[in-house]
Ligand binder design. Structure first.
Ligand SMILES: [Zn+2]
Length: 481
């Protein structure tokens, strides 16, 4: 059903006549239901032309004349100067963008082609081919689109034009009465994407497809705003241009109507070309894997040990685990976190120390429990320095819990001490009297507080914490007398 009514005719006529596309006309007429936007572009063009021509039929009193006029319009020989009847003048304006001048390729002066060829199945297919070629595993997706900032300027100009015309009829048009370009674009393209890829569009999906449009020809549209409202356009890091969408929107909210009209044509000029696609990108949100590890080597650091660019040890716990995960998840990078730390020459025994790894931009994300089990076996077979257990996919929140646990856990240490003399009973009594608190302190502190102990006079300390971790450590002993 064609959504415009008699009330919209004047605005439709005005916009169509200045080179605005049918879908943008719907937007400015406040058509806020999806169906009309989804019709094919050709169909819409025909419908709107018919709709506007009906105006001619209605207003021209003499039927034979009406027929002639219609014929003339279609043949492209319409000559406004020969139209004696004033009532036809509206259509005369409309004939600026008349179908005989290849309206099919006329680029909309408001959306710069976004609601024209970039809504067509052909374009959607092109995006979907890219998505499929990207090799990401996904069961739903979120689609994001970025339009060139000058579209907001053009939208503003068209709004002022329509507002003024409606004002003449004592009607008003607020900016919120216009359906946003992004909304209309979503209504049209979401079902097409969903159909083409066979998965639903879901705002909560971790898989994101983003399309960035640019329109080099009209890049200068925003520049006058910078001169009038320089405060809105401050250089920002990571931004190539000060004319960001947000800055432009801010300036448009501030600028006085008369200033805008002086600087920018209302209606906006018709561009030669449609937008270009700057990039089509796919990305998957991070997934998290957690587990526990045991470390059996006294020559293995937790994280890569590199000093001044020089590697001190050939591997690390982090690398032995993450290398496998990175490959299997086909992730771009990772962030490793441990529940606590241990030194290079300290073993981690018992149930193992909890760890978690964030896999950034993973291409593979769906695994059966059997596959995870096999992955764990693969890690364990690859090195005798570490072993991994309880490997599993977890939520981001679970990582937080692991970190909280690190803060709260209490530790119990026992120490095995070597001395350079035979231990007497009184020595044991002396030791028993010492209240030992074990925190993160170094051997040097032990030496300074208890001179009776010499370097080398003690061995390892075994730690048992609430995680059931037992580990040996000779560096974390702090003695308080
Ligand atoms: Zn348009």
């Amino acid at each position: 059903m064609f959504p415009l009514t008699e009330e919209n005719k004047h605005v439709a006529q005005l916009l169509f006549g200045t080179g605005t596309c049918p879908r943008c006309i719907f937007r400015f007429c406040g058509v806020d239901f999806h169906a009309p936007y989804k019709h094919s572009y050709e169909e819409l063009l025909n419908d709107i032309q018919k709709f506007l021509k009906d105006e001619l039929i209605l207003e021209v009193p003499n039927p034979p004349l009406k027929k002639i006029r219609l014929q003339e319009l279609e043949d492209g020989i319409d000559n406004p100067s020969q139209n004696g009847e004033n009532k036809i003048s509206v259509i005369e304006d409309g004939s600026i963008a008349s179908p005989n001048s290849n309206l099919n390729v006329n680029v909309c002066n408001v959306c710069l082609g976004i609601l024209q060829e970039f809504c067509e199945k052909e374009f959607i297919k092109k995006v979907c081919q890219k998505v499929e070629a990207s090799g990401f595993e996904f069961t739903n997706l979120v689609f994001s689109v970025s339009f060139p900032p000058q579209l907001s300027v053009r939208e503003h100009a068209a709004w002022l034009l329509v507002k003024q015309e409606m004002g003449k009829q004592s009607l008003s048009l607020g900016r919120n009465d216009i359906v946003q370009l992004k909304e209309a674009y979503k209504w049209i393209t979401y079902p097409l994407f969903s159909e083409e890829l066979g998965v639903p569009i879901d705002g909560k999906s971790l898989f994101e497809v983003s399309v960035v449009f640019a329109h080099p020809e009209t890049v200068g549209d925003c520049h006058f705003l910078g001169k009038i409202l320089p405060d809105c356009f401050k250089p920002a890091q990571n931004k190539q241009s000060v004319f960001t969408r947000m800055a432009v929107m801010k300036a448009l909210n501030k600028i006085k109507e008369e200033d805008f009209r002086k600087q920018f044509p209302c209606p906006p000029n018709s561009p030669k070309a449609v937008c270009t696609v700057l990039e089509i990108e796919c990305a998957h949100g991070a997934v998290f894997v957690a587990g526990r590890y045991n470390k059996y080597s006294r020559n293995l650091s937790q994280t890569p040990w590199i000093i001044d660019g020089e590697r001190k040890l050939e591997s690390s716990v982090e690398e032995l685990i993450s290398d496998h995960l990175l490959t299997v998840f086909k992730a771009e990078s990772f962030n490793f976190s441990f529940s606590g730390r241990e030194d290079v020459d300290v073993r981690t025994l018992g149930n193992g120390r909890p760890f978690a790894i964030e896999l950034v931009n993973p291409h593979r994300v769906h695994f059966t429990s059997q596959e995870i089990k096999e992955l764990q076996q693969k890690i364990n077979k690859s090195s005798n320095k570490i072993q991994v257990r309880d490997l599993q996919l977890v939520s981001r929140e679970a990582i937080g819990h692991m970190k909280e646990g690190e803060e709260e856990k209490t530790k119990t240490y026992s120490a095995l001490i070597w001395t350079n003399k035979v231990i007497q009973k009184k020595d044991i009594e002396f030791l028993n009297d010492i209240k030992v608190h074990l925190f993160r302190h170094r051997v040097a502190q032990l030496k300074s507080i208890t001179p009776s102990f010499h370097a080398g006079s003690f061995g390892y300390i075994t730690e048992l914490d609430q995680w059931g971790i037992s580990r040996t450590d000779k560096g974390n002993l702090w003695v308080k007398i």
